[in-house]
Design a protein around this ligand. Structure first.
Ligand SMILES: [Zn+2]
Length: 109
């Protein structure tokens, strides 16, 4: 009902071009999208397999994300990018929907 909500949000672009990895990710993915989770708002980018050239540790399951595996990188939307984390795509999805009991709805998982 509030017309003010239609105004698009503007974000400072130069915040995230400070380090090379951010610039690289930005170039690969063409930017991020924003998701609201139970623990705040997150900036999220999807990394393709060919763009994944390093091994990361997923905070969702504490397993490694090997080079070549498509995955997700996320950080606090209003932070400075210092808390950026690489997640398995499935772990990220589970995290943002963690109140949902996947094991009940999808017994195969
Ligand atoms: Zn994981």
């Amino acid at each position: 009902m509030s017309p003010r909500r239609n105004r698009p949000r503007r974000r400072k672009k130069n915040d995230r071009t400070r380090d090379d990895e951010s610039a690289l990710i930005n170039r690969i993915t063409g930017g991020e999208r924003y998701e609201s989770g139970p623990d705040g708002e997150w900036a999220v980018r999807r990394i393709s397999g060919s763009a994944a050239v390093k091994t990361y540790r997923c905070p969702g399951c504490a397993q490694q994300i090997p080079p070549g595996m498509p995955h997700v990188v996320a950080w606090a939307a209003f932070g400075d990018g210092e808390d950026r984390r690489h997640w398995h795509s499935s772990c990220w999805e589970r995290r943002t929907h963690r109140t949902v009991r996947y094991s009940r709805h999808y017994p195969g998982l």
